[in-house]
Write a protein that binds this ligand. Structure first.
Ligand code: SF4
Length: 186
């Protein structure tokens, strides 16, 4: 979708709570809207403010972290090329968290792909695969989409023993916990 503005749900500064970059500071730019309706979705991203690339970069530069994470919702619903270019010109690395059902601009620095039930992944690779484990065949997904790192995450923290047991039997996976929720990091 090409537009002069992007629907921004929120921009905030925090620590990455999940996956490979857990514990590192980043500016999160959450865009509104998603093409999937996962039953366990815990993100209220319906509200938004239309912001230009300039509006967004002005907000991002309030914070010192070198990394900006585009998240959602599903950020790849929108044309992100101008925003990525603008953030790069400010010296920021740009990561994206995506369900993988839509193409991602080649200029992105890090792709975290979280395939979801009912969402056909179109990406040919990702840097990090992070799956909320609910007993699905994650090996078939991982075999189909090359990834540098593989993380399994309990579903809303409810099945941690099941996820640990699965990882012990399938050691290409690593445990990812929603540490920002466990530690009440805003
Ligand atoms: S893909 Fe992510 S944001 Fe979209 S509905 Fe599923 S969990 Fe929510």
């Amino acid at each position: 979708m090409k537009s002069d503005t992007l629907p921004v749900n929120e921009i905030f500064y925090s620590l990455q709570g999940e996956g490979f970059h857990t514990g590192t500071p980043a500016v999160f730019v959450r865009l509104s809207g998603c093409n999937l309706r996962c039953p366990f979705c815990d993100t209220d991203h319906s509200a938004h403010t239309p912001m230009t690339v300039s509006d967004i970069t002005s907000e991002v530069t309030r914070y010192p972290a070198p990394t900006v994470i585009l998240t959602g919702g599903e950020p790849s619903l929108y044309d992100l090329t101008d925003l990525i270019d603008a953030l790069h010109s400010l010296g920021r690395r740009v990561h994206i968290e995506t369900n993988g059902t839509r193409p991602i601009p080649a200029t992105i620095d890090w792709i975290t792909c979280s395939p979801k039930p009912g969402g056909q992944v179109v990406l040919s690779r990702c840097d990090e695969m992070k799956i909320v484990y609910t007993g699905q065949d994650v090996e078939a997904i991982a075999d189909r989409i090359p990834a540098g790192h593989h993380f399994l995450q309990p579903c809303s923290g409810a099945n941690i023993p099941e996820v640990i047991d699965y990882i012990l039997r399938h050691p290409r996976w690593r445990l990812s916990l929603q540490t920002h929720k466990l530690l009440s990091i805003p």
